[in-house]
Write a protein that binds this ligand. Structure first.
Ligand code: ZN
Length: 363
């Protein structure tokens, strides 16, 4: 089949593709219903399935859709894995694979990067109920941007001028680090980490708790898009020491550091749901295009539209389309390249996991 056909652009199709591929191989699919609905009133759900030896001590978890705008990229890669489960595990017969399909179904359905509470799940999956501090530079920047005032292009230009003045005062690197750390003071603004464990965090913890029973070691590989060169598979290991060491050993120069100042380290609290399991984690990104000024504009308006509303429908639609295209170019060429490169990267992880599994027998 053409690998471009693995991918889709809406949650209903992606879900059907996932379920059909699993069932074709006799793999049971579990569905966990989200409390909210999509824009057409459709139900939302996260699906889970697994294949490989049921008693395996070593497990690869492939998670998709933390960022809703990237959900259909990860889902496409998962559909590729499910197309040929036996072939996928040929090089790692001791490993079990668990697929978690779209952990942020609300964001995926509504075309949002964040979840139903405007939360960046990348942060919330680690912080959970812990309230991370808010940098005062963020508050200054947020006042300057004033999302609620972004009703048209002229308002955006004025906000840009105020933003430029803040950057002039503090320096771009300082402002960027405040943004990257995220914030917990303003739920109706950008970079919100959330102040309690989200539905997705609680759901993911419960999935891992059940699916990792009996396992000794796990690699949590979180499928994203937007970082890296066009169609490239770009891996960033969690800043937890064990993840950096293990994934560095598997990938060599192809393992990069995660550029997110997080304490505790990214994904490190996921392992708490399954005590006794050694968990290493990484983000597998598929590269798209450079995030430029037009991206920042689309991002600001998307946030404004969803939270404050009031702009004309055609502009809202066009903004949403443009915003999403930065994470998911969705052309057949890009999709083929994404699958080809992800497949090669999965093979590196499976080789590493099989070697990790073998250590137990050797030692
Ligand atoms: Zn992402």
């Amino acid at each position: 089949m053409d690998p471009a056909d693995l991918f889709s652009s809406d949650l209903t199709t992606a879900g059907a593709t996932f379920a059909r591929a699993a069932m074709a191989h006799g793999i049971p699919v579990e569905a966990i219903i989200h409390p909210l609905r999509g824009p057409a009133g459709e139900p939302l759900q996260t699906m889970v399935c697994g294949f490989g030896p049921p008693e395996a001590a070593t497990v690869l978890v492939l998670n998709s859709g933390v960022h809703g705008t990237e959900a259909f990229v990860g889902a496409g890669l998962q559909a590729g894995v499910l197309n040929d489960p036996a072939g996928f595990l040929a090089r790692a017969p001791g490993v079990r694979v668990v697929l978690i399909h779209v952990i942020n179904p609300y964001g995926a359905a509504w075309g949002r990067y964040v979840n139903e509470d405007n939360v960046d799940l990348m942060k919330n999956l680690t912080y959970g109920d812990v309230i991370s501090p808010t940098d005062p530079i963020f508050l200054e920047l947020d006042d300057a941007i004033d999302l609620g005032s972004l009703t048209d292009a002229a308002a955006y230009r004025r906000a840009q001028a105020r933003r430029a003045a803040i950057i002039e005062t503090h320096g771009a690197a300082r402002v960027m680090s405040a943004l990257k750390a995220g914030q917990t003071a303003r739920p109706r603004s950008i970079c919100f980490n959330g102040v309690r464990a989200s539905w997705s965090k609680r759901t993911l913890d419960s999935i891992l708790q059940r699916r990792l029973q009996g396992a000794k070691r796990t690699c949590f590989l979180d499928l994203h898009s937007g970082v890296g060169a066009w169609g490239e598979a770009y891996v960033m290991a969690s800043n937890a020491a064990a993840s950096r060491a293990r994934i560095g050993q598997w990938l060599g120069d192809l393992a990069h550091d995660l550029d997110l100042p997080m304490d505790p380290p990214a994904y490190s609290t996921l392992g708490r749901a399954s005590p006794g399991v050694e968990l290493v984690a990484a983000t597998l990104e598929i590269g798209t295009v450079a995030f430029d000024d037009a991206f920042r504009e689309a991002m600001a308006f998307e946030m404004h539209d969803h939270i404050f509303g009031g702009r004309p429908d055609d502009e809202v639609r066009e903004t949403r389309r443009r915003f999403r295209s930065y994470y998911d170019p969705a052309t057949p060429e890009w999709r083929r390249e994404a699958w080809r490169n992800a497949q090669a990267m999965f093979a590196r992880f499976l080789d590493g996991l099989q070697a990790w599994d073998d250590e137990r027998h050797a030692g």
